[in-house]
Design a protein around this ligand. Structure first.
Ligand code: ZN
Length: 242
């Protein structure tokens, strides 16, 4: 059975529900951080996380919501959402976020080892968007496969001996021995032009990753954001997937 790879849920309950219903059978949920921030259901998502045997590394928004960040590097909408989330969380849910481990986190399964990170394996706040962001990482990668999130862009990169190639989803990817940085995309706030929730499945024994997208109730998630008094742009971007 595959692992279910989730990232950047961002307090979007409707998107998370749709992903879980679509994923079918899986053995374990591996989460790359940003459970909360931007969306209107932080308590519901954290309560779901607490009830799972979730393997999870923290994201920058989890850190912000837990009060571990001064929010200096946040744009106004992200800062407003972080402050709203901090105020909305119950004490026990805030504490759960505060204790989330920083990545990278090593997972071993059927003799295969791979890493989970939020931003890059070197820094949870780094965005891997351009080839130039990825090229310098090669000597630092400890395993052939690292799952990363943070950019909300489904895909990732393969590092070959003579350069970096971008992985273009959707579809099934057979891993072939090089170094991979795989981004499952964002469950709760996709930014790659496709508003459907994004996630991935990973079969370690077959060395196969499948990129998936699923429709969800965007109207309800957006309406909750507006009703909570969060910035309207956070609702609008769900509708457009950017
Ligand atoms: Zn995020």
């Amino acid at each position: 059975m595959p692992h279910l790879i989730l990232s950047d849920i961002h307090a979007n309950w409707e998107a998370l529900e749709a992903v879980l219903a679509d994923a079918g059978q899986y053995q374990r949920i591996l989460c790359l951080g940003d459970l909360v921030g931007y969306g209107a259901d932080p308590n519901r998502v954290v309560e779901w996380a607490r009830a799972q045997e979730l393997t999870v590394v923290r994201g920058n928004h989890d850190r912000a919501a837990a009060g571990l960040d001064d929010l200096e590097d946040y744009n106004p909408a992200a800062r407003a959402a972080a402050i709203w989330t901090r105020r909305s969380l119950t004490q026990v849910n805030r504490l759960y976020l505060e204790k989330l481990p920083r990545g990278p986190h090593r997972v071993e399964d059927t003799g295969v080892a791979f890493d989970l990170a939020h931003g890059s394996p070197l820094d949870e706040d780094d965005y891997l968007v351009q080839m130039a962001d990825v090229q310098p990482l090669r000597p630092h990668l400890k395993t052939p496969l690292t799952f990363v999130g943070h950019t909300h862009l489904q895909g990732g990169f393969v590092l070959l001996a003579d350069g970096v190639q971008r992985i273009v989803p959707p579809g099934v990817l057979k891993l072939a021995g090089d170094f991979y940085l795989i981004n499952p995309g964002s469950v709760g706030q996709p930014r790659d032009g496709d508003p459907r929730a994004a996630y991935a499945l990973y079969w370690p024994e077959d060395e196969v990753v499948e990129y998936r997208r699923v429709e969800y109730d965007i109207a309800t998630a957006a309406a909750k954001i507006r009703r909570a008094g969060l910035p309207d742009a956070l609702a609008a971007r769900l509708e457009h997937g950017v």
